[in-house]
Design a binder for this molecule. Structure first.
Ligand code: ARG
Length: 532
């Protein structure tokens, strides 16, 4: 119907024309034109059986790799040095990681780059703090906490005391002029921050191919501004250099600075230089930037400038933005004392809360296993709660909801997976052991078996949609529905107690469902356990 709109023709007629040239006899019993211009396909049951059977023999898992792989850069997480990673960074990290995994599985060449904020005016204040007020013991035990304290201290003092403000400016100028003492302190601040970021990334199971921070592009900034000025793209504006967008209605009222009046480059200049470097280095077909929605204007401006600067370059630039995490009161999520919630503490609490549930439900497991399950469930729950809502809407952070064993949650899906694994374990332990032998014939007869198989066939389609619309929530909902289809199948169809041929066919269906569930959760960055 949308094609008919483009072609300005009658949708029913167009549907008939498609039908006349369509040959899907191998897959479908019949295809009919229905209603206003729908095409109804009736997939043949043998095809469903064949697909499930092929999957059970390891020939595929209901998706295909792209015949046209592209190089795609995913720029995500990108926290700032000397500041703790907070809940806002978790969304970028979790979304970006999921998109990278999906695109990689679909066969694309994915390059992940953590664009760390390791340069900027905050270092002037940090240097004043470091030189005058550093508490070495505090730095040893919680480096980012101590650097944050120093920053806040000097920032507050600079608001009332112009001498402090001046000192910070001078330290910054010295740093920018490569003063060796300031450079050494700055490097140490980066190394200490990186160590703490790495702890979080390893807990989240996230890794990057590159972590080229903003400072990496410093040597390119002068030339970038110069080129923009020389080509007439940037103009003088009260001592600064700005790009005006007279011809872009949306941006008309929002010129972008590329050099401040003190001569310093800024976030936009750095992003322009970064993009140029990425084009030279990886020649990507697409670059995905994952940040919160407040940066929308920045990305619109910077994409528009780049297109004017390099009209010859053909690259798809996408800003994948997301909303805020809210507390129960509907205001930005904060701790009881009103501070921003630190990511490390949030993950600790998730694991503690999950452990309380595991201790209750799995008292028979040893201590080590219970802790491991709590880790997988706690971290999985936080990630899933982040990925499930439409990314552009704000969501309310709620521990009880995300850790519930029923409803659309990670623990529910992880539990569903363990149930399938337990069925397969029982099958292997029984006196009629089961293996995926090549002569198992998958025969799907009951309605619930067929619905489950059809849903499995959609896996690849959903992955493609996640990758092209940058929406992991499609995959969350797909997996939730998969678990539902499986539960209905298992309620209706005896597996272990049915006679041999049927038992084997149904075990194969269980096994591939388990594999899709595990693969799907894995793409969301969520681990599974064999028991819980
Ligand atoms: N460091 C920035 C922040 O915390 C995010 C950077 C995103 N990436 C980029 N290329 N601008 O807000």
């Amino acid at each position: 119907m949308s094609l008919a709109k483009v072609l300005k023709t009658n949708p029913r007629q167009l549907a008939m024309a498609v039908l006349a040239r369509l040959d899907v006899r191998d897959w479908c019993d019949s295809v009919e034109v229905a209603g206003a211009g729908f095409l109804n396909f009736r997939i043949r049951d043998e095809i469903l059986c064949e697909q499930v059977s092929d999957a059970s023999r390891g020939k595929h898992l209901f998706f295909t790799r792209s015949p046209h792989p592209r190089t795609i850069i995913v720029d995500f997480s990108s926290p700032n040095v000397a500041k703790p990673m907070h809940v806002g960074h978790i969304r970028s990290t979790v979304l970006g990681d999921c998109l990278s995994r999906v695109l990689r599985l679909l066969g694309h060449q994915v390059v992940t780059d953590n664009h760390i904020g390791d340069w900027g005016t905050q270092f002037g204040k940090l240097l004043v703090g470091w030189k005058g007020h550093l508490d070495q013991m505090a730095l040893d035990s919680d480096p980012i906490g101590e650097m944050e304290r120093l920053y806040k201290l000097v920032n507050a003092a600079s608001e009332t005391d112009p001498a402090v403000m001046n000192a910070a400016r001078q330290e910054l100028v010295k740093l920018q002029a490569s003063d060796s003492e300031n450079l050494a302190i700055w490097r140490e601040m980066i190394a200490l921050s990186q160590r703490q970021f790495d702890t979080i990334y390893s807990r989240l199971g996230v890794r990057f191919d590159h972590a080229l921070g903003e400072s990496f592009y410093n040597p390119r900034l002068k030339a970038t501004v110069l080129e923009l000025v020389n080509s007439g793209l940037a103009q003088d504006s009260e001592g600064a250099k700005a790009v005006f967008f007279e011809d872009v209605p949306e941006l008309k009222a929002h010129p972008a600075l590329v050099q401040k009046s003190d001569g310093a480059a800024n976030y936009t200049t750095t992003d322009l230089a970064t993009l140029q470097y990425r084009m030279e280095t990886w020649k990507p077909a697409e670059i995905i930037y994952v940040t919160d929605g407040r940066q929308q204007l920045h990305f619109k401006q910077f994409f528009a400038i780049f297109q004017r600067w390099h009209p010859e370059i053909n690259v798809k630039l996408v800003h994948v933005w997301f909303g805020s995490i809210l507390g129960e009161d509907g205001k930005p999520f904060k701790t009881r004392s009103g501070e921003t919630v630190k990511l490390g503490e949030l993950l600790d609490e998730a694991q503690d809360r999950a452990l309380a549930v595991v201790n209750q439900k799995n008292a028979e497991f040893d201590d080590k296993s219970r802790r491991e399950i709590a880790r997988i469930v706690g971290i999985g729950a936080v990630k899933y709660a982040d990925l499930l809502p439409n990314r552009q809407s704000d969501y309310v952070f709620n521990w009880d909801k995300m850790l519930a064993l029923s409803g659309n949650t990670a623990p529910y899906l992880q539990y569903g997976y363990t149930r399938i694994r337990s069925i397969l374990r029982k099958a292997s332990d029984s006196d009629k052991p089961w293996t995926t032998s090549p002569d198992v014939i998958v025969a799907l007869k009951v309605e619930e078996e067929i619905s489950l198989a059809k849903h499995l066939l959609n896996f690849g389609l959903v992955l493609e949609m996640v990758g092209s619309e940058y929406r992991p929530n499609y995959l969350c909902n797909y997996l939730f529905e998969l678990a539902g289809h499986f539960a209905r199948f298992y309620e209706k169809c005896p597996v272990l107690k049915s006679e041999l041929a049927e038992r084997n066919s149904r075990l194969a269906l269980c096994e591939v469902t388990g594999r899709v569930l595990k693969e799907g959760l894995g793409l969301l960055g969520i681990e599974t356990s064999e028991r819980m």
